[in-house]
Every structure is written in structure tokens, then in C-alpha cells.
Design a binder for this molecule. Structure first.
Ligand code: HEM
Length: 154
């Protein structure tokens, strides 16, 4: 079955992991600001030519694609590329998760729930913590997110 990165993006630790993956799977991957695009098919219809785009295959093109000395693409090309999004370089996925609005809201809500139920456990929730996987637990009054799922960032 074909893996669908749009539903489930792949996370890589660094560019060399991307390169190894691309080699093993015969893909033309391009990294722009930590987002990875699979242009394996698009490359054949690249208006600037297949050869030109292949030169930079499996590299970080953040400083390349808007470089006028190479070819200054229109910023709209990023929209075009977005449909080929394949994955992300994200070594500290958990910390990034905490930065996302929904994770923070969830964390605050969990703290409030524990507080409002005068559950002493809320004091034990560390100030700087992140949510790995949110599962729910039931107490005598309400359903909370499991404390075991809230941990210190590594
Ligand atoms: C570094 C990897 C590159 C990527 C990922 C890339 C990607 C793209 C994309 C997505 C477009 C379509 C833009 C659109 O339809 O709006 C495009 C257009 C184009 N590319 Fe590239 N390109 C790369 C390298 C190059 C190079 C090295 C050259 C020439 C030396 C080049 C020349 C062009 C030209 C002439 C166009 C058409 C005009 C334009 O949209 O600016 N590209 N490229």
C-alpha cells in the first residue's frame, strides 16, 4: 500500500536522515526551512528543467530558491510546493508540540480541571512540561488527561 505523507508526515532528525531515506526510496526530496517536499514527480515538469532541479535534490534549499544568482523564484512557488509536503525535520518533536496552541490550551485546561476538583495532584504537574500522548483517566468526578502522560521535556 502506498504511504500517504499528507495524512501522516514523516519526521526526521536531520538532513542526513532525509538523504538516507531519499536514497533508499529513490526520491527527490527538498528541504525548505525544515519542511520536506517530495518533488520526485514534479521535477519532470519543473519549468526551469529537470537537470537544474536535480542538482539540488536531497539538500536544504532554504538559501537557494530565492537566490537571484541561481534563479529567483516567485514566492508563489511555495504554494505550489505545499501540496508535495512530505514531512518535517523536527529533532525535538515534543518541545515543538508544547509550543503549539492546542497543546498549551490542553495543558492549562488539565491544570484547571485538577485545581477545580481540589485534586492534590495538580500541584505535582511540573511548570515546564509537555504532553506526549494524551489519554484520559477517570476520577470520582470528572475525566482528566492522565498525569502519566504529562512529563518533563527531555
Ligand atoms: C533548488 C531546487 C528547486 C526547486 C525546489 C524549484 C521549484 C520550482 C517550482 C515549484 C516552480 C514552479 C513555480 C510556479 O509554478 O509558480 C519553479 C519554477 C521555475 N524554476 Fe525552479 N526550482 C529549483 C531550482 C531551480 C533552478 C536551479 C533553476 C534555474 C537555474 C530554476 C528555474 C526555474 C524557472 C525558470 C521557473 C519558472 C519561472 C518561475 O516560476 O520563477 N529552478 N521551480
Amino acid at each position: 500500500m502506498q504511504f500517504n505523507p499528507i495524512i501522516s508526515p514523516i519526521y526526521f532528525d536531520d538532513i542526513s536522515a532525509v538523504q538516507t531515506y531519499a536514497r533508499q526510496n529513490h526520491l527527490l526530496l527538498y528541504v525548505y526551512k525544515n519542511t520536506i517536499y517530495d518533488l520526485s514527480e514534479f521535477a519532470y515538469t519543473h519549468p526551469g528543467g529537470l537537470q537544474e532541479i536535480c542538482i539540488y535534490a536531497n539538500t536544504d534549499i532554504s538559501k537557494i530558491i530565492f537566490n537571484p544568482q541561481i534563479h529567483k523564484h516567485s514566492p508563489l512557488m511555495l504554494f505550489k510546493m505545499s501540496k508535495f509536503t512530505f514531512g518535517y525535520i523536527q529533532p525535538q518533536k515534543q518541545k515543538t508540540l508544547l509550543k503549539s496552541k492546542s497543546s498549551q490550551q490542553l495543558l492549562q485546561q488539565t491544570r484547571k480541571n485538577l485545581l477545580s476538583a481540589t485534586d492534590p495532584d495538580y500541584l505535582a504537574v511540573p511548570e515546564d512540561c509537555c504532553i506526549e500522548q494524551v489519554r484520559s483517566i477517570k476520577t470520582h468526578r470528572r475525566i482528566y488527561h492522565s498525569y502519566e502522560q504529562i512529563s518533563q521535556p527531555k
